[in-house]
Design a protein around this ligand. Structure first.
Ligand SMILES: Nc1ncnc2c1ncn2[C@@H]1O[C@H](COP(=O)(O)OP(=O)(O)OP(=O)(O)O)[C@@H](O)[C@H]1O
Ligand SMILES: [Mg+2]
Length: 224
């Protein structure tokens, strides 16, 4: 049996805005194993990002249990969650979220600053990652001097700099044309082949088809 990386047990999430409460997740249970490559699909507003934020320790559930690598993370404080994110999770988003005044190389190094490891060591790794992703020659470019696909490669290198167990990607191809989207999905497939566990959100069946397993979210529940 593979090792479970993520165990969600009966997770709920209620948002309260003014007097109005919205229950977005209504008892979500999910086990993700090392080496899985899962695509989460569902209509706009169905709770995909809400679920991803909980899995990524960016937010906490209203109720339920969440074990990440066997550790109960549902009741940790913000500092403890930040440490776990930095160590175990790499994030890739639709809008890249690169820092505009830093070069590609410096952007990749941002999560390394907080990792406590030697920056010199990490710089070597950052250059290697950019080369691996086919943009080694762009390391000194600022984000505005890169195409969308190149910016997403920088963001993927940044997600990999601390060698995380888990990669979470929320619509990573949403801002890219279909050819570039295909290239980016092939990068995820290769990372998965090298043993990375990947969870990806997409509304695009073509993108989802690169995953090993598709899970749908509907009315606050998962349909596996
Ligand atoms: N911080 C928040 N406060 C209040 N309500 C929120 C908050 N974040 C999300 N919601 C609500 O929760 C529901 C689910 O939002 P979520 O962002 O998870 O959807 P999604 O499936 O990712 O949609 P999309 O495909 O459009 O990105 C929506 O109705 C949204 O309005
Ligand atoms: Mg979303």
């Amino acid at each position: 049996m593979a090792e479970p990386i993520i165990q969600l047990k009966n997770i709920t999430k209620v948002y309260k805005v003014g007097d109005i409460e919205t229950t977005v997740l209504k008892g979500v249970s999910l086990t993700v194993y090392k080496g899985d490559f899962i695509a989460i699909m569902g209509a706009s507003g169905s709770g995909k990002t809400t679920l991803m934020n909980i899995i990524g320790c960016l937010d906490t559930p209203t109720s339920g249990e969440y074990y990440l690598l066997g550790k109960d993370v549902s009741k940790l404080d913000d500092d403890q969650l930040a440490e776990i994110r930095n160590k175990y999770i790499g994030f890739v988003f639709q809008q890249f979220f690169l820092i505009p005044y830093l070069t590609a190389l410096e952007n990749v190094l941002v999560p390394a600053i907080y990792s406590g490891e030697s920056i010199k060591q990490k710089e070597k790794r950052a250059v290697e990652l950019l080369q691996l992703l086919g943009i080694g020659d762009k390391k000194d470019n600022k984000p505005s001097q890169l195409s969308g696909g190149q910016q997403q490669r920088v963001a993927i290198a940044r997600a990999l700099i601390n060698d995380p167990e888990l990669i979470l990607a929320d619509e990573p191809t949403g801002a890219l044309d279909s050819k570039t989207a295909k290239d980016i999905m092939e990068i995820f497939v290769n990372l998965n082949k090298k043993g990375k566990t990947i969870i990806l959100i997409t509304h695009d069946p073509q993108v989802a088809s690169y995953s090993k397993k598709i899970i749908k979210i509907q009315d606050g529940k998962l349909i596996v």
